[in-house]
Ligand binder design. Structure first.
Ligand code: MN
Ligand code: MN
Length: 469
């Protein structure tokens, strides 16, 4: 180590004026690394148990109840420190901790999404073709379609019978379960396929899932492979083909979350986007005790397809809840919103050295450099995004720096390289201050995504310190 007096004038001035861009691992204590590793053990369980939004709500609800959250009732009055939840149709959930000042100074919002890209079954999915039984799917969210064939898939979701009975489906996760898959063409016969552009080589109607191959019996009936599958489903669930019409069924990768790397510094899993922010947000909500302003954590649905629908952030469910809380305090929701602040907890793309040309390194987020703050997302000249104000950025910087949270900033790739969005703009449209904060992800939206354990833990810390600030 050099002594301070031995450093050159330039080195000292650099220290004072340049941003510290050391590898994040060198900036955090051994204790923080240990805490990050411990924090991520249960995160991996969450990933395995919560592959779809409904399962994430079940997990969150159970954890919240244990932590003392009770179902919100707008006819009740609540006092500072009380913890309540609102379950929106089993697909989105809000957790609130009532603050000392209630809603008078605005509320603190932390919002993450619990839906992830996948293959949804079409309403009429089952068909037989050349003695194979298959499911037609309609992909959900932004996927590179070529990544989904030849990956073991599991079926998750619900079938609701005409008279309301809900059948929960979860097949393919247990190693004794069967799994399913989309097939691909062998390289020997793929001369034509391989010469096509990717968007043509794999299109949405190629994403058919193989689900069976044996006929019902020796009868010479047509479609007897399909009949055999329906008979198995009838025996297991008591359903017939028509019942697919009232179902939410999703094919997701059947893999479990695993440590990645010789050093176990990362996690490989399906669905990090955005469970990797939803889990830290849930833990921050649970750990929040008696905040100054009421803290509301939202785990929302539908983000991957634009936040439309009654369980997505374009719905009024959040503002309606805030209105109820405001009225109880003798406030108007619009006055509360104008003073409210939000962390939109969502992922950003981590710099990938293999695809370096897609990134601008000075403004990219990196694995292990902590929670990434994304001032704006969007595309093509800052279209379709809220852009956090300098004033709000300053506030968040101060909170994170004061509490020693490791964080970085990042844009989503190069200017005009593509783009994307989060729920931030919908919250901004409600007249609150909002910025994106979350975890940098490698291979985002692939059947297996990669994150760093330190970044997951720092996202939890960022949300907690924001809630308690
Ligand atoms: Mn996301
Ligand atoms: Mn996404």
């Amino acid at each position: 180590m050099q002594d301070k007096k031995d450093k050159s004038k330039a080195a000292l001035l650099k220290e004072k004026l340049f941003m510290n861009r050391k590898n994040g691992c060198r900036k955090v204590s051994a204790d923080d690394v240990k805490k990050a590793d411990e924090f991520c053990e249960e995160y991996k369980n969450f990933l395995n148990q919560a592959k779809i939004e409904r399962e994430a709500v079940i997990y969150a609800l159970e954890a919240a109840k244990i932590a003392g959250f009770t179902e919100y009732d707008h006819n009740m009055t609540y006092k500072p420190g009380d913890k309540v939840y609102v379950n929106n149709r089993g697909k989105a959930i809000m957790l609130a901790v009532i603050g000392k000042n209630g809603t008078h100074n605005g509320v603190r919002l932390g919002i993450a999404h619990i839906d992830s890209p996948r293959l949804d079954l079409k309403p009429n999915p089952l068909y037989e073709s050349n003695d194979l039984a298959l499911f037609k799917t309609h992909y959900y969210g932004g996927i590179k379609k070529y990544q989904w064939p030849t990956v073991p898939l599991a079926l998750h979701g619900v079938i609701v019978m005409k008279y309301g009975t809900v059948l929960t489906v979860d097949i393919g996760e247990d190693e004794n379960d069967p799994c399913f898959c989309v097939t691909d063409l062998l390289p020997h016969l793929a001369v034509d396929q391989m010469s096509q552009v990717m968007t043509k080589a794999f299109n949405g109607e190629h994403l058919n899932v193989l689900v069976g191959s044996r006929p019902f019996n020796e009868d010479e009936e047509s479609e007897s492979v399909k009949l055999n599958i329906l008979n198995i489903l009838f025996e297991k669930y008591g359903i017939s083909e028509e019942d697919f019409l009232s179902a939410d069924l999703h094919m997701v990768p059947a893999s479990k979350a695993r440590d990645l790397g010789f050093d176990r510094s990362m996690i490989a899993a399906y669905g990090h986007d955005d469970k990797v922010c939803a889990y830290p947000a849930l833990m921050a909500a649970i750990d929040t005790e008696l905040p100054d302003s009421t803290v509301i954590t939202v785990l929302t649905d539908r983000e991957e397809i634009g936040s439309d629908g009654n369980t997505g952030m374009k719905s009024t469910f959040l503002i309606d809840f805030i209105s109820d809380l405001a009225e109880a305090d003798g406030e108007k929701a619009r006055h509360v919103m104008a003073k409210s602040t939000c962390l939109s907890a969502d992922v950003n793309a981590a710099f990938d050295p293999t695809y370096a040309s897609a990134f601008e390194a000075n403004n990219s987020s990196f694995i292990n450099n902590g929670a990434v703050i994304t001032k704006y997302t969007g595309s093509g000249g800052k279209y379709s995004t809220s852009d956090a104000s300098a004033e709000y950025m300053a506030k968040i910087r101060k909170i994170l720096d004061d509490k020693g949270v490791l964080w970085q900033t990042g844009e989503l790739g190069k200017v005009d390289g593509g783009g994307g969005g989060t729920i931030a703009k919908f919250v901004a449209n409600l007249n609150a201050d909002v910025v994106d904060l979350g975890v940098p992800v490698l291979s985002m939206h692939a059947p297996m995504e990669v994150v760093s354990k330190i970044d997951v833990y720092m996202t939890y810390r960022a949300l907690y310190e924001f809630y308690m600030a």
